[in-house]
Design a protein around this ligand. Structure first.
Ligand code: OMP
Length: 235
């Protein structure tokens, strides 16, 4: 996977319909080369067709379905996704689930990302969900398990990126949502950094939704993030 500045921005197409998604893609034009399609667009109808259209148009596509189920179901669902031609798929970072997805994508070009700890969670949220370990330790545990199983990359916040880069080396893809350009609304995210900070922390790709899609000029917002990425890659 290329990692020039533009390919490092993954724009989350969190809109409810294929028509809205395609209108946004049209508006963003060549400012965006990599898209994430998630549950809203898939369940809203047409998300998978949009994914296939984007692949055909030469865009990179990350299908964010966050699979988590019994192994047989995860393996078979992953095998179906592998036939779509998309580049990345998310699964939750539980060992059974990761092993099943790894088996399901065998022989395909699909890369798997394991979700470690959602970027909307802090230590208190994990404790409320019954986890004894905090965010840093849970991310570390799941990252090590993902590496041992042969998962290609991790979803984590920029706050954990430097430690995981040091622990796991250059080949593990580090993909960070929880990215907010200076001054933009944080919303429901808790572990956030700016695009420049995330790149300097070692992220390969930044997932950005609302700061682009809800901007009055989405194309300008995407270009500004790409410029910030570029400046911090070369700094
Ligand atoms: O798997 C993801 O992409 C994901 C994991 C995570 O921990 N946090 C997170 O925000 N995301 C996704 O990244 C996108 C972030 O969107 P914004 O908060 O609008 O930038 C959304 O589509 C989320 O579903």
């Amino acid at each position: 996977m290329q990692t020039n500045a533009r390919d490092r921005l993954i724009t989350a197409l969190d809109v409810p319909s294929a028509d809205e998604a395609l209108a946004l893609v049209e508006r963003l034009g060549d400012a965006v080369s990599f898209y994430k399609i998630g549950m809203e667009l898939v369940y809203g109808g047409g998300g998978l067709a949009v994914a296939e259209r984007l692949v055909t148009a030469g865009k990179k596509v990350f299908l964010d379905l966050k699979l988590h189920d019994i192994p047989n179901t995860v393996e078979r669902a992953t095998a179906q996704v592998a036939q779509l031609g998309v580049h990345l798929l998310t699964v939750h970072g539980y060992p059974q689930t990761m092993r099943a997805a790894h088996a399901g994508r065998a022989g395909s070009g699909l890369k798997l990302l394991a979700v470690t700890v959602m970027t909307s969670y802090d230590d208190a949220d994990l404790a409320a969900a019954g986890y004894a370990e905090g965010v840093a330790e849970t991310v570390r545990r799941r990252a090590g398990q993902a590496r041992d199983i042969g998962i290609d990359g991790l979803i984590l916040s920029p706050h954990e990126a430097a430690a995981m880069r040091a622990a796991l080396g250059p080949s593990m893809l580090l993909v960070t949502p929880g990215v907010r350009p200076a001054g933009s609304a944080v919303g429901d995210q808790k572990r956030v950094m700016t695009p420049g900070e995330a790149i300097r922390a070692g992220a390969d790709h930044l997932v950005v939704g609302r700061p682009v899609t809800a901007a009055s000029d989405p194309r300008a917002a995407a270009e500004a993030i790409v410029a910030e990425i570029s400046a911090n890659l070369t700094a």
